[in-house]
Design a protein around this ligand. Structure first.
Ligand code: BDR
Ligand code: CA
Length: 314
């Protein structure tokens, strides 16, 4: 069983990832922590509560920071054109959802839960890395207590999706991502190099909705706006970025990884670019010295990832 804290910015593909975690028999979802990204922190938190209510999820929701890791840094505009004004495909989520939040902040929840289960918690982060970086800053000792950090974000050998250099989750708080990648814990980055290969067609989604009950029907409704947006890249399909990272937790054999230390560029035209120095490459003294070796996913068995996603969602 994998005990997972899901750090998320729902978000259409986040919603599918959440349902995957809830329905996978080897996942024990111990908490949902929210981050800004696909929408403001108020909206993504409201959406997490809405999905918890609709899908009767038995895990607490903790609200994350609405500010970037580096004090005073400006937040980039939210991608309403991809996830809708309500962050869930403009389905008309009520403004207020009558479900209580956990009293702890996301940062506190992560620290307390990791300390309560040393060596057991997998952090799956599919939004900005802000909460993880804040938790590390407050309690650096958690790095030695977390089992693994699985991140959806970054683009190593392919272009980004918000700039030629950067993927959205990393670009949205580059300093936070650099702090997370360079900390002494085990990080696996599931970036655009692999997630762009994993997509679900509108027809498959509709077929799952016909079989998968009310939860899948809601996911189908939520996803239509996002599928329309992605039409330029994948015809009539949705790229399942965040679900792809969740699949890594239970089926890592479907991914090809490369090991080496990872850094994130934090300013100028390269802001949010993820770089990896493969193990064994040697340079003179530099900012790469002494960093932990992390894993970057460079290829994926997309067919079997999607098979597992379809089996799990219904
Ligand atoms: C990532 O950015 C967000 O739009 C998605 O939810 C995903 O986590 C893809 O770049
Ligand atoms: Ca996301």
């Amino acid at each position: 069983m994998h005990k997972v804290i899901f750090d998320t910015d729902p978000g259409v593909d986040d919603a599918m990832a959440l349902l995957f975690l809830v329905r996978h028999p080897e996942i024990d979802l111990v908490g949902i922590t929210t981050t800004f990204g696909n929408a403001s922190i108020e909206t993504t938190t409201r959406n997490a509560l809405y999905l918890k209510q609709q899908w009767e999820i038995d895990a607490p929701v903790s609200k994350g920071s609405g500010d970037k890791y580096a004090a005073g840094e400006e937040i980039h505009p939210f991608p309403n054109h991809i996830h809708g004004d309500d962050g869930l495909g403009n389905i008309g989520v009520p403004d207020v959802v009558d479900v209580p939040l956990d009293p702890r902040t996301a940062q506190q929840f992560i620290i307390e839960t990791v300390k309560a289960h040393p060596g057991e918690i997998t952090l799956v982060a599919v939004g900005r890395m802000t909460n993880l970086a804040n938790a590390l800053k407050e309690a650096p000792e958690i790095a030695g207590l977390v089992k693994e950090v699985v991140i959806m974000g970054g683009a190593f050998d392919v272009p980004g999706n918000v700039t030629p250099a950067a993927e959205a989750n990393i670009h949205g708080d580059a300093a936070a991502a650099d702090a997370v990648m360079t900390a002494p814990w085990k990080v696996v980055v599931v970036g655009l190099d692999v997630t762009l290969k994993t997509a679900m067609s509108r027809a498959t989604l509709a077929a799952l909705a016909a079989k998968g009950g009310a939860a899948m029907q809601l996911l189908d409704r939520v996803s239509q706006f996002y599928i329309d947006f992605y039409d330029d890249e994948v015809t009539d399909s949705m790229v399942v970025h965040d679900t792809c990272a969740c699949v890594y937790v239970v089926a890592r054999e479907l991914f090809t990884t490369r090991s080496g230390s990872i850094r994130v560029m934090t300013d100028s035209v390269g802001e949010g670019k993820t770089l990896q120095k493969p193990d064994g490459m040697r340079f003179g003294p530099s900012v790469w010295d002494g960093l932990p070796s992390q894993l970057a996913c460079v290829d994926v068995d997309a067919e079997n990832v999607m098979k597992l996603v379809e089996e799990t969602l219904i």
